[in-house]
Design a protein around this ligand. Structure first.
Ligand code: WTA
Length: 649
């Protein structure tokens, strides 16, 4: 984040209290109630979490709430549970059995509603399909699908039999898909013929075919039909979803799984080139997703709730599927993009389904602001009662627009801070209790001990910047990096003893409100998607013409961060605009369109310290066109700076 942003956030003094009317019927009704909960939880976290966990259905109760051998946690030790059972079966003996579980809207405007009973039936059938293909508890299943109900069915079908799912966002390329399939050693891939994206078709099956050329672990592929585009089916390997489902029985009892059984792996970018397989548990994860959905979104049975994320990201896992369904809520699922075919698509859907709770990302909000107020004004948004954001800091002006134009000054906004690693929301307003300040994620959820510390791990004074850390384990925390516990330890638990290192910079104001500034490591947040700069660098360097590359983020009004790549070429390669385009394409091929550099700058040399480390800080300043740059005393060759600036012209 640039200093300008930090200053604007520092100047923000506005406070928005929830209305009395909202608070009166909210799950958590006042600051006093929040504080009591917070203190109870801080005093006896095991009692607090243990009490809440009783709201889930357990086959066998746990013996011990927490077993903590830093950095490895076990929650609800000895307890047996199933996430699919908690999201489906437990609602079937209630009036909810015919309630809409998922209301789905396709990009072309088609729609489907699945009741809890419908979803249960489909999930049981899919579990039986998995079993018939030899998938057993503990096996990994890769899912690479568009946002169609079958994606949720596949997830819950895996969860039901204890197969660990690894969902790969449909925007990733075949290369990225291959790496993730190989790392997880997936036996099965579930995909679709293609997916719709702004009127075009994403060739998912083709990407799978490409990836599977070098993934010996994969035995079978299930192909769901969505776009009806022709695909090649490999005999003996590829099977049609509908044919398998037609033969499958709809009776499949949920497996009684250990609370710590790995529910899913989700790959996320880190500071090295290799994505991390973040492993989440069953019992602890589900509790986090469940209770935050209930308290943060103030979920009630009569609500229609909509989170616009893609299930390929953690937000979709926790807040389209597991959290809302464990609450018996009605969750809207949307296949398309916010501005297609027109910039009022989201507002149209809110109007169509009378959405009450709406959760989206600042990057979407910013692009919708740009489209103009006439689009939301065309629709009746009066059903809305609560708004949320996630993924990156929201600039106060966007917050105010969201509050005024969308929420008509009536709806509280929950700015929720969390990460793939945390599994569930950790810092957030509870909407009926905690007054909001635009740009601040406000206060920690009860049971979460968060702080801002300096380099030595000492808490900093109010309004001083530092590193955001979490000082106590929590149920939905990641358990490890798949097959790499050492990396897990090193990445998150070695900076400070006894604290989880988030990688985010933040400050706490005098009211204890957290203001998250963004990443302090080499991870950037582009349009709400997390990317490791190293990953993009490795992709660039894998091009035969490139000698060295350094990638940094530059603040961008729309995407939050734009990707700028400084590239030095091999001596035989010459600079050209064609080469720039080729390099952009190369990154798309290696990672996916989401990582395409916005700007490529050729340079003779990169600024390095005497020990050979690239000084990204300087590159960031140059990329952002800052006139003055920070300390350059450790720079090996000061003349490089002038050259880099010249290269700019
Ligand atoms: C950033 C997404 C400010 C942060 C759920 C974090 C935020 C990273 C917020 C995780 C927020 C997320 N305010 N920054 N409300 N929410 N972030 O793993 O930098 O895709 O570390 O998880 O997004 O991104 P991830």
């Amino acid at each position: 984040m640039s200093t300008v942003d930090i200053e604007s956030v520092l100047k923000e003094k506005r406070v928005f209290k929830p209305s009395l009317e909202f608070s009166k019927s909210a799950r958590i009704k006042s600051m006093k109630e929040y504080k009591t909960l917070y203190q109870q939880a801080a005093k006896n976290p095991e009692k607090f979490w243990g009490g809440l966990a009783k709201e889930l259905d357990w086959f066998t109760p746990w013996k011990k709430v927490l077993q903590w051998k830093e950095p490895f946690a076990k929650w609800f030790v000895g307890g047996k549970i199933n996430a699919s059972y908690n999201c489906l079966d437990r609602h079937l003996n209630t009036w909810r059995k015919n309630k809409a579980a998922i209301i789905w809207e396709g990009e072309p405007g088609d729609s489907r509603t699945l009741t809890y009973q419908d979803l249960h039936r489909e999930v049981c059938k899919f579990s039986n399909v998995l079993k018939s293909l030899g998938i057993k508890k503990g096996d990994r299943v890769a899912i690479y699908m568009p946002m169609i109900p079958e994606l949720a069915i596949a997830m819950l079908g895996c969860a039901r039999i204890g197969a660990t799912h690894s969902i790969i966002f449909g925007g990733f390329s075949s290369e990225a898909l291959k790496d993730r399939i190989l790392d997880a050693e997936a036996k099965l891939v579930v995909t679709a013929d293609g997916g719709f994206r702004k009127g075009a078709i994403v060739p998912l099956k083709e990407n799978v075919d490409q990836a599977l050329k070098s993934t010996p672990c994969v035995e079978k592929v299930i192909v769901c039909q969505r776009t009806k585009s022709p695909v090649q089916m490999v005999a003996g390997r590829d099977l049609h979803w509908t044919e398998l489902m037609a033969k499958a029985s709809d009776v499949c009892p949920a497996e009684k799984l250990d609370s710590e059984h790995p529910l899913f792996i989700l790959y996320t970018s880190g500071t090295t080139g290799k994505p991390k397989g973040v492993v989440h548990s069953t019992g602890g994860y589900l509790l986090g997703a469940y209770i935050t959905s209930k308290w943060v979104f103030d979920l009630k049975d009569e609500d229609t709730y909509w989170c616009t994320a893609d299930i390929g990201w953690v937000t979709g896992h926790s807040y389209i599927v597991y959290g809302p369904l464990a609450n018996g809520a009605t969750s809207v699922m949307f296949e398309g993009a916010p501005t297609y075919p027109q910039p009022d698509r989201l507002w149209e859907i809110i109007d169509k389904y009378k959405v009450n709770i709406f959760y989206t990302a600042p990057t979407a909000i910013r692009s919708l602001i740009k489209s103009g107020d006439e689009w939301p004004l065309k629709h009746d948004l009066s059903s809305l009662r609560l708004l949320g954001t996630v993924g990156e800091p929201i600039n106060p002006e966007a917050w105010i627009w969201y509050h005024t134009v969308i929420g008509k000054k009536r709806c509280p906004i929950v700015d929720t801070w969390w990460q793939t690693e945390t599994g569930a929301i950790l810092i957030t307003p509870l909407p009926g209790a905690i007054p909001a300040k635009p740009g601040s994620a406000t206060l920690p959820f009860p049971g979460i001990i968060a702080d801002v510390v300096d380099k030595e791990g000492k808490p900093v004074k109010p309004d001083q910047g530092g590193y955001l850390v979490i000082k106590k384990p929590w149920p939905s925390m990641m358990r490890t990096i798949y097959k790499d516990p050492e990396r897990f330890k090193k990445q998150y638990w070695t900076q400070y003893q006894g604290m989880y290192f988030t990688g985010d910079g933040a400050r706490k104001d005098k009211d204890g409100y957290f203001w998250v500034m963004g990443r302090v490591d080499d991870v950037i947040n582009v349009a709400g998607h997390r990317l490791g700069t190293m990953e993009i660098e490795s992709a660039l360097v894998s091009h035969p013409g490139v000698a060295e590359a350094s990638v940094v983020g530059r603040p961008d009004d729309l995407k939050g961060t734009a990707i700028v790549a400084f590239v030095t070429l091999k001596t035989k390669t010459s600079r050209s605009d064609e080469l720039k385009n080729e390099l952009r394409q190369h990154v798309v091929k290696e990672i996916g369109a989401l990582a395409r550099p916005d700007e490529i700058r050729f340079t003779e040399n990169l600024p390095k310290t005497r020990s050979g480390k690239i000084m990204r800080r300087l590159l960031r300043d140059i990329a952002a066109h800052h006139q003055t740059i920070g300390d350059t005393s450790t720079l090996e060759d000061i003349s490089i700076l002038a050259k880099l600036r010249e290269d700019e012209e």
